[in-house]
Design a protein around this ligand. Structure first.
Ligand code: FCB
Length: 432
């Protein structure tokens, strides 16, 4: 198979602020819901917190050097709202903006395109104390934050994404309770989802005004849902699951409405939607960021399923199917903004050999290539993640990095996957 990618296809890596930065009290940063949550007994594996994480706040220049060495073309990072506005609103903390300015200028100096996500889950705690995303006011507050960041960084950032994974912000955090702020309330979760989508739509014109030459969009996580047999039950369950997980978030953005079947399913739990909200949410975007890790399936027998250390099924075909389906249903330019795998990597004799990760990435990239050939408008790929990092509720027990982090010494060690990725970027070709 010919797996040569187009010459202008962008190769990147992704991270998120709370997962790598550490330095949680440095230079005026305020607390976020993840500081509170990770410091609450029983919420994260081993009581792990992001207090130090990869100490990227201090080591950013070395980390950029590593990226440069690998030939990374684009870096997707997130901006920590509590560094910019320690109270969530009001006074802007110049030192917080200075950090991201140094980072962005450092990337540009190395020929790496900055791709910034404004919200990767670290809501300032003072805003949570006022209701968090359950409060409609938070949408407006987000716009002021987006304004402060994009005003300072402007067009030096080539891509702005408003949110990372609204499903996780709403459902995983407010209904399932596994992530901060850790609630178990479906009605609340659906209202949160609505406010997050609204905040996205409200921020769009502000971002365009402050960074007219940048591309603006949002990052969604998709979990494609398959029926493994023809039973009505399996098919119905798969459709409903697809609806709650995928369509509930994508349809409003591209069609200006929630999917009818799921609206009915939720009954009286549906969110309060004001006049004009849906049009605002559907403000045109330049790109959709697609995060893909696994699928779910119903009915039939999935057979001998291969899984990562997260317990997630390895299913590369899901990424091809997903990209083609998004192309068909929404027709928007796409970037794969996250894809990757955790495995039990070991540091042995000075090296970290991670053939499973290489194989995972190879197979998923072959799937991206197939989607491209079949007409999906996919413009780039970001591996999750540059570094091993704080994997939320799983703490440091799960390693997703191309680069191994020895936490006690903060030493970085290139895994074989990092070397493999560098080779791929140099040749634009994937073995499969
Ligand atoms: C995604 C998150 C990212 C990382 C990966 C493994 O849901 O966006 O921060 O934790 O999962």
């Amino acid at each position: 198979m010919n797996t040569l990618f187009p010459a202008d296809f962008r190769w990147g890596v992704a991270t998120a602020a709370y997962q790598i930065e550490g330095a949680v009290s440095k230079d005026g940063r305020g607390p976020s819901i993840w500081d509170t949550f990770s410091h609450t007994p029983g919420k994260t594996h081993n009581g792990d917190t992001g207090d130090v994480a990869c100490d990227h706040y201090h080591r950013w220049a070395d980390d950029l050097e590593l990226m440069s060495q690998l030939g990374i073309q684009s870096y997707r990072f997130s901006v920590a709202w509590p560094r910019i506005l320690p109270q969530g609103t009001g006074r802007v903390n110049a030192k917080g903006l200075d950090f991201y300015e140094r980072l962005v200028d450092g990337l540009l100096a190395r020929g790496i395109e900055p791709n910034a996500t404004l919200y990767h889950w670290d809501l300032p705690q003072p805003l949570q104390d006022k209701g968090g995303w359950a409060s409609r006011d938070t949408a407006q507050t987000f716009v002021a934050y987006a304004d402060a960041v994009s005003r300072r960084l402007g067009d030096r950032v080539k891509f702005y994404a408003t949110f990372n994974e609204p499903w996780c912000i709403a459902i995983l955090s407010h209904e399932i309770g596994e992530h901060a702020p850790g609630f178990n309330d479906r009605r609340l979760a659906l209202q949160v989802a609505h406010h997050v989508l609204l905040a996205h739509g409200l921020a769009m014109p502000v971002l365009r005004e402050n960074a007219p030459k940048a591309q603006h969009g949002i990052v969604l996580n998709f979990t494609p849902s398959y029926a493994l047999d023809d039973s009505i039950e399996a098919r119905q369950t798969a459709t409903l699951m697809d609806g709650t997980f995928n369509r509930w978030f994508a349809d409003p953005l591209f069609k200006g409405r929630y999917p009818e079947d799921i609206w009915e399913l939720y009954g009286e739990l549906v969110p309060k939607v004001d006049d004009g909200d849906m049009a605002q949410i559907a403000a045109p975007i330049d790109f959709l960021g697609v995060n893909y890790y696994t699928r779910v399936s119903f009915g039939g027998d999935p057979g001998n399923v291969e899984r990562t250390a997260m317990g997630w099924e390895v299913f590369p075909q899901g990424l091809r199917d997903l990209l083609l389906r998004l192309q068909r249903d929404y027709g928007v330019p796409m970037y794969v903004t996250e894809n990757g795998a955790a495995y039990a990597d070991n540091f042995v004799d000075g090296t970290v050999h991670d053939p499973e990760r290489v194989r995972y990435l190879e197979r998923h990239l072959a799937a991206v290539h197939e989607a491209l050939e079949a007409g999906a408008n996919v413009k780039g790929y970001y591996a999750w993640s540059l570094l091993d990092n704080f994997e939320w509720a799983k703490g440091y027990s799960k390693r997703f990095g191309l680069i191994y982090v020895d936490y006690p010494t903060q030493r970085r060690i290139l895994k074989s996957s990092a070397k493999w990725y560098a080779e791929l970027i140099a040749t634009h070709r994937v073995k499969s």
